[in-house]
Structure formats: structure tokens, C-alpha cells
Design a protein around this ligand. Structure first.
Ligand SMILES: N[C@@H](CCC(=O)N[C@@H](CS)C(=O)NCC(=O)O)C(=O)O
Length: 234
């Protein structure tokens, strides 16, 4: 059986996860096609003007690209809206989806940092963004917009997922004394749409990615493995 939507994916891509989470929140069944981004097939290059995942193949065989318009399209056309009705609130939510993208860039800087100083700089830049979020999230929680799961949550589930893996080999301390962010992270981790947006081998694949990076964080992972080889992927 084929479904009206196919999400063109990569196993580790946080932007793909946003679309998968929003589809799941709306109980829309969909197919997934995984792309090897180091060896992109011709049909993918033709369908993706920027050469990136996600793409959403819609029922009429059109491909949508870029996660923000894909997510907005799903939100506008399927089931109840996840974005708020109020235009100011909606614009604010869109801004925090962009904030999540900036945090993803910061995570990229963290795992790419070649030396301890750049690693510490990346860590502090991330920490200050989460400090801001801790002041921004409502005390009642559990989500960005209290008890209403929104697209901002779909953007932050994949952000926190990186730290679930990093926490297995290093104590970054990024969330220390940030109780609202910590509670939000826990609430997203157990939300089925978020938990099921990746395959079961996500952690193994992310560790393999970190190993290949050959950066400062790779050294932290390898030294933790030499002390406790339980998570070793080699
Ligand atoms: N702005 C894009 C970012 C998507 C993105 O960076 N995708 C990455 C994987 S996570 C990709 O496809 N990279 C392949 C490439 O740049 O060649 C979006 O929101 O969809």
C-alpha cells in the first residue's frame, strides 16, 4: 500500500524529523525514502533544487522542498492546526523554529570543533541560547506553548535528541540549572511523534558520524569508550 505522502529522508537529519513529527501529530500515514547524501541519486538531484532533504512528495507527484514550507503545508492542509491562530503568536512560533535552526548550527559547530577552545566556545554559545529559552518557556509547561504541542516542539525534539547521545559519553553541562528547558526536554523525549521520528539505530548512526568527524568531540567519545566499552561502535 502506498500513502499520499512520501518523506524523502536521511536517518540523522533533524529537519526531516520536523516533518515526520508533524505528520505523526496529525495521524497522517506516510512512506519514507532514505537518501545517501554522499551519493545522491539523479532523481533526487532533479527534485531537490538545493540538493537537501527533506523533500515531501505529495499525492499529485510534486516535490516540496525546505522543511519550513513543508511543515507549514502539512499544518495548513491536514487536521487541526499546530500553529497558533493569533498572528502575533504564530509569527513568534515561526521565529522560535528559526531559533531551533540556529541551535542546530551551533550543534554543528560543537561536533565540528577541532580543538578544545573552539569546542568550549561552541558549548558556551549553545548554553546562552538555552538560557534564553529557560526564561521564555512558561513555568507551567510541559511544552513550548504550555500543554499545546506546536511546531516549535517539533523543531526542538530533534535538537534535544543530539544531547541524548552526547550525554552517553560526555557531561556538557549545557542544561545545568535550566529547570524549564530540562522539563521540556523530558516531555519531548516521551512524546510518541518525537520518539518515533527516527529509526531504532539512530544513536548508533550518530556515534558513527561523530567517529568519522575526527574532531574534539570524537576524542571525548573515544576516551569514554576506552573507559567503558559498552557503547563502542568499532
Ligand atoms: N534549510 C533546510 C536545511 C536542510 C538540511 O540542511 N539538510 C541536510 C541534511 S540535515 C542536507 O540535506 N544536506 C545535504 C547537502 O547539503 O548536500 C531545511 O530546513 O530543510
Amino acid at each position: 500500500m502506498t500513502y499520499p505522502f512520501t518523506l524523502i529522508s536521511h536517518s540523522l537529519c533533524p529537519y526531516v524529523q520536523r516533518a515526520a513529527i508533524v505528520l505523526a501529530e496529525k495521524s497522517i500515514p506516510f512512506d519514507r525514502t532514505y537518501i545517501d547524501l554522499s551519493d545522491k541519486p539523479d532523481w533526487f538531484k532533479a527534485a531537490s533544487p538545493l540538493g537537501k532533504v527533506p523533500l515531501l512528495k505529495t499525492g499529485n507527484h510534486r516535490y516540496l522542498f525546505e522543511s519550513a514550507p513543508i511543515v507549514e503545508f502539512i499544518d495548513e492542509t491536514q487536521a487541526e492546526r499546530l500553529h497558533p491562530d493569533d498572528p502575533v503568536e504564530r509569527a513568534t512560533h515561526r521565529a522560535y523554529v528559526e531559533f531551533a535552526s540556529q541551535i542546530l548550527n551551533g550543534i554543528g559547530a560543537l561536533y565540528s570543533a577541532a580543538d578544545e577552545q573552539s569546542f568550549e566556545n561552541a558549548k558556551h554559545a549553545l548554553r546562552s541560547k538555552f538560557e534564553h529559552l529557560d526564561t521564555r518557556i512558561d513555568a507551567t509547561g510541559p511544552y513550548f506553548d504550555r500543554d499545546r504541542f506546536s511546531i516549535v516542539d517539533a523543531a526542538f525534539g530533534p535538537v534535544f535528541r543530539y544531547f541524548d547521545v552526547f550525554d552517553t559519553f560526555t557531561d556538557l553541562g549545557i542544561f545545568n540549572d535550566l529547570p524549564r528547558v530540562r522539563r521540556w526536554r523530558c516531555a519531548l523525549a516521551v512524546r510518541p511523534s518525537v520518539a518515533n521520528a527516527v529509526t531504532n539505530d539512530y544513536a548508533t548512526l550518530l556515534r558513527a558520524f561523530v567517529l568519522k568527524k575526527g574532531s574534539w568531540i570524537t576524542g571525548l567519545m573515544l576516551s569514554a569508550e576506552s573507559e567503558s566499552p559498552a557503547h563502542s561502535i568499532r
